[in-house]
Each structure stands twice: as C-alpha cells, then as structure tokens.
Ligand binder design. Structure first.
Ligand code: TRP
Length: 345
C-alpha cells in the first residue's frame, strides 16, 4: 500500500502530539473462561473509570484462546459473554473502541511480520510458554503468542498497556521486538511503556489465596467468584473462603493471605485502606458477611445490564461491528507502514 510522504511523516509524529485530547490505553482479555471478580476489579472496572481521561482500545482476545486445546462452541459462547460483560461493566462505545480481536485481520497480519522479527531464543524464554508448552503436541500458536500480543499492542500505539503481572514479560518482549524492527527497517512503531502499576490490585483464589483468581480454572471452581455468579453462589463461595486460626481480623498479606484477600476485595470496592478496614470486624464471620454484601451489591447492576444485553444479540453485534470498523481504521496506517518497511509491495 502506498503512502504519500506527508502521511508517513504525520504518522511518525510522537503519539503525544497526535492525541492531544486523551492518551491512548489498550488491553485485551482472552475468553478462556467466564470472567471473575478479579477481572472486574483488576481490569474492567479500571478501564471503565479511565474512559473520561483515556482513549481506550479494549478487545476480546479470541485468537489468544485457541493456543491451547479448545472447544469451538465454548469459545463462541465465551466470546459473546465476555463482550457482553465489557459493555455491562460500563465500557461505552461512544468513548472507547470495543471489539473482537479476530474481526480486525490486521492483528494476524502484523503478528506474522513480527514472527519474522522475533527470535526463537527470546520466545523460548517466556515463562508462560515454559509452563504450559514445550511438549510435542503443544500448539505452535502458543509459542508465537507473544508476537500476536505485540501486534495487538503496536497497531494502536497506546501510551500504556495495563496488564496483570503475569503478562509483563510479554509486554517487555513487545518493546524489544518493536525496537528491533524500528532499528532494522526504520522508525515504524511507537514503543509502548510498561505500565507496571497498571493492574496493581489482584484478587486471589478464595481457597488458594497465594494464587490469583483465574478465569481459566474449571467451571464451578469453589475459590473463583465469577462476574455472573448469583448472590447465592457468591455467598457460598465467600463463606467457604480459607482464613486462618487467628482470633482477630488483621491485614497481613504475607502471613495471612486468605483474610487479607477478603479485606483487599472490600477495600477496592469501598475505596478504603485494608488496614483501616480490619478494625471494623469483630470476627471472620463478620468479615465474610461484609465481603459478601459488597460483592453482591457491586455485581448486581453489571448483571442487570448483562441480562438486558443478552436479550438483544443484534444490538451486541452492531456495537461490536462499529468497534471493529473503528479499530480497522486506527490500525490501518500502522500495518501499512510495517508492510512497506519490510519490503512488501
Ligand atoms: N495475553 C493477555 C492475557 O492472557 C490478553 C491479551 C492479548 C492482551 N493481547 C493483549 C493484553 C494485548 C494486553 C495487550 O491476559
């Protein structure tokens, strides 16, 4: 694709000069399980809160959910569910670009060009690959996954990429690959910063409070509160949360992770400090009761909006179509520049 030199120069202006209004932020969530309270408090709710001050690109990373063995019907259902939850949580297509990753072919196209920039050595060092991959029947896409994630990011030139700590290494790789590409082929990509503070609050599994609450845990996992769990299910799960054998409620994440996790949840929901909160509760039963109330109340309006959206699939599809159209427009120039840089005609 050809560009007039003027276009290219304009595109190469630092992002700060181009988006005078709101700095860009981007993140994706893979539909590899029903979203959890952790996804809401750690990611979605922050994206929503950031909408007035940031120009957001938020997508359901469906292509990332095919890197391990998967069931097509489940992927389809989870993609719709996740998209509905994005909107139900308050992402607003007037303020942010919300879309499904695979609806924007530029992601796959740029990913391939980045596979031709990344090295086997650096991809082999990815912790997530070392943990989940490396077997003869490991899907090749699990190995190249960080290149797709780098493409997701670079196409939209975000200033920051808020991700959970387990994704920091992938964002670092994105920075390395973008820097190498720019050096080898000329300035093409804006290298994003690693927004380490991005998703600080992390919710732990209620039964295994030293691990994060994971959407990929088996359905019905008792330590994982899902955004769509009914109040009864939420109550049951929180009531069974692991605590410890101390008598008084105190915040101490290192030696008392279970109790501290419950305090953390109440703290983010009520915007108070967990240390401070601890003194409110006379017993663990008290603490759990309060945690249940906060979580049920927090999720109720989201679940209500979710139910409305579930009644109108046509509306959801039109919101996502509009998002994909915006994303295609935003991603086009970057992809064109990258194609040109490596010598595609
Ligand atoms: N890999 C991320 C995860 O598993 C999801 C994701 C895909 C993502 N592409 C991204 C996050 C780009 C941030 C930016 O959580």
């Amino acid at each position: 694709m050809a560009h007039s030199p003027l276009d290219i120069d304009e595109m190469r202006e630092p992002i700060e000069h181009r988006s005078v209004r709101r700095p860009r932020v981007l993140s994706g969530i893979a539909p590899s399980g029903s979203l959890t309270l952790g996804n809401y408090l750690g990611a979605l709710r922050r994206f929503v809160d950031g909408q007035p001050s940031h120009q957001g690109f938020f997508f359901v990373a469906d292509l990332h959910a095919t890197t391990i063995e998967h069931d097509p019907a489940r992927l389809r259902a989870l993609t719709w569910e996740t998209a509905r939850l994005f909107f139900a949580a308050g992402l607003d297509s007037e303020q942010s670009t919300v879309f499904v990753q695979s609806h924007v072919p530029a992601h796959v196209e740029l990913a391939y060009l980045l596979e031709s920039t990344a090295y086997v050595g650096e991809l082999s060092r990815m912790i997530q690959f070392k943990e989940k991959g490396g077997r003869p029947r490991t899907r090749a896409s699990l190995f190249t996954y960080p290149c797709l994630m780098a493409a997701d990011i670079l196409l939209y030139e975000p200033r920051s990429v808020p991700v959970g700590g387990d994704q920091d290494q992938h964002v670092e790789l994105c920075r390395d690959v973008a820097t190498r590409f720019n050096r080898q082929y000329g300035e093409t990509f804006v290298v994003p910063s690693l927004d380490k503070a991005g998703l600080a609050s992390r919710v732990a599994d209620l039964l295994d409070p030293r691990s994060k609450m994971s959407k990929s845990a088996p359905a019905g996992a008792p330590g994982v509160v899902r955004m769509l769990d009914t109040p009864d299910v939420i109550r049951r799960k929180i009531n069974r949360a692991v605590t410890d054998s101390h008598a008084e409620v105190r915040y101490d994440p290192v030696s008392r992770p279970g109790v501290s996790n419950l305090l953390d949840v109440i703290a983010v929901v009520s915007d108070r400090s967990p240390d401070d909160l601890a003194t409110d509760f006379a017993s663990y039963a008290d603490l759990k009761r309060s945690c249940i109330d906060h979580v049920v109340e927090l999720l109720a309006p989201v679940q209500r909006r979710y139910a409305e959206l579930a009644q109108d699939q046509g509306h959801l599809i039109s919101l996502l179509d509009a998002g994909a159209t915006q994303a295609v427009v935003a991603a086009g120039p970057v992809l064109a520049r990258a194609r040109d840089a490596v010598g595609l005609v």
